[in-house]
Design a protein around this ligand. Structure first.
Ligand SMILES: [Ca+2]
Ligand SMILES: [Ca+2]
Length: 463
């Protein structure tokens, strides 16, 4: 095996937290640290292909649809001086033809306004409305660089027609409004019963106190962190409803905890029929909302953390067949006044939505702590009896969850460390292995992973 020894510098806390939470809020980033690794480190999984997606580019989440992979881009703003925001036009979403998986080919980019980034992207075929039959890409945009209180700057969701992926065409936009950074993550579901299509979006910090706002909150209209947006006509998205812990569930007890003590709506995971949504809400746990009536979300229940735990509910994947929720805590802290070890996968039995119950968990050995680095889970996705999880410095982990009380790893792949080709902000030395997202093409069984620095990896299980 080719042996790569690389030294890379990771500004640990800035990496995921900047996208997710606290670093943007002025949390002191950890001191730069050296991450040494030999790679690729793989078990029962091999790379079919790897594609770097451009110099100076940081990669966000990944999606695969009809022979094409879509990779978002990433930026951040941390406090006043520590900032990475691409100068000039943003890179947007990279569209890669993967019909020949061993020879992936970049065919286009979904362009976004300067000073924004498109971390999360979903692609689907419209089933109703004026775009019926067209393939649509929806990306969540956040602003970076410059004050977020500039009301005229767009942030929200952009939708493109990608029926011809090499020739994308913008169709419409949903503005999430001033003065949050924008839409951090999103999912899309069709409501067969209503003949409508919705974006389930998370707009973190909508409810964060802000003195100069007329609502007293960061969102100038006083909306919550969850937004349900009707995109049945992608040229004219309409916000159907919003839900926030403070405005809609003021009696819910929220105890912030650990080294990132916050409560924010970070990601929304809908059920297949779109009537239910699990809102990962950091230290407030994962909140189940019934959106059968889209204009009126109803709180059903939530998960809770033990007294000594860090919290940091970041994202989740719902196994509808078994009524199980696989949830990821984005906990960057090993001790440091909080629980030992980094964030990991939890399994909840949500058959009773009013009282979800944790029945299992999975950690990689290094996520147990004792070693510096981003050895924490990022995004899980259920695929049959498996969970594929992107796990930052621990790469991609494939976990057998047939017995949800005792998940066990069956394969993993840790890409070798990468570095951005052309760092454009000397204040943010970055590099290493930081796997952001993973999806599986069910037709081929291939996994597509995005790494913050090294780009797109196409992976095949070998055992
Ligand atoms: Ca916390
Ligand atoms: Ca911890």
């Amino acid at each position: 095996m080719r042996r790569l020894v690389a030294t890379a510098i990771v500004l640990s806390a800035a990496v995921g937290l900047a996208a997710g939470a606290a670093a943007r809020e002025g949390l002191r980033p950890a001191a730069p640290q050296v991450q040494r690794q030999t790679g690729p480190d793989a078990s029962r999984m091999r790379a079919v292909a790897h594609l770097a997606l451009g110099p100076g580019r940081f990669n966000g989440d990944v999606w695969v649809y009809r022979g094409h992979a879509y990779v978002g881009d990433w930026s951040f703003s941390v406090a006043a001086e520590r900032r990475y925001c691409r100068a000039g036009p943003s890179d947007g979403v990279a569209v890669v033809d993967v019909r020949r998986p061993a020879k992936p080919r970049l065919v286009s980019r979904l362009r976004i306004p300067a000073g924004t980034w498109a971390e999360d992207v979903v692609v689907y075929t419209a089933r109703s409305g004026p775009a019926r039959g067209r393939d649509i890409a929806a990306a969540g945009l956040q602003i970076c660089g410059g004050p977020r209180t500039e009301a005229g700057r767009f942030r929200g969701v952009v939708l493109w027609d990608v029926s011809r992926p090499s020739r994308p065409r913008e169709l419409g936009r949903y503005s999430s409004g001033c003065c949050t950074a924008g839409v951090h993550s999103l999912e899309v579901r069709h409501r067969a019963d209503l003949g409508k299509t919705f974006v389930y979006a998370a707009v973190p910090y909508s409810e964060r106190p802000e003195a100069e706002s007329p609502t007293g909150k960061r969102d100038r209209k006083g909306r919550g962190d969850f937004r349900l947006v009707d995109v049945t006509d992608p040229a004219r998205p309409v916000e159907t409803s919003t839900w926030g812990v403070e405005r809609d569930a003021p009696d819910l007890e929220v105890r912030t905890r650990g080294c990132v003590p916050l409560s924010l709506g970070h990601a929304a995971e809908p059920s297949a029929d779109g009537r239910l949504v699990f809102l990962s809400h950091w230290d407030a746990g994962v909140i189940a909302l019934d959106v059968t009536r889209p204009e009126r979300p109803v709180l059903r229940g939530r998960t809770t953390y033990g007294a000594e735990e860090d919290g940091d509910a970041h994202s989740a994947s719902y196994d509808e067949r078994r009524r199980l929720l696989f949830s990821a805590d984005e906990d960057f802290c090993d001790g440091e006044g909080a629980m030992r070890g980094y964030g990991y996968l939890r399994v909840y039995d949500v058959s009773n939505l009013e009282a979800p119950r944790q029945i299992g968990s999975f950690r990689t050995p290094r996520s147990r702590g004792g070693r510096r680095g981003n050895y924490l889970i990022h995004n899980p996705v259920v695929v049959g009896d498996l969970v594929y999880a992107s796990w930052y410095a621990d790469g991609v982990r494939v976990i057998d969850v047939r017995n949800p009380r005792a998940p066990r790893e069956v394969a993993h792949f840790v890409p070798p460390p990468g570095r951005p080709g052309k760092p454009t902000d000397a204040q943010v030395p970055l590099g290493g292995t930081e796997v952001w997202g993973v999806v599986v093409d069910r037709a081929t069984g291939l996994a597509y992973a995005s790494d913050l620095f090294s780009g797109l990896w196409i992976l095949r299980r070998t055992g």
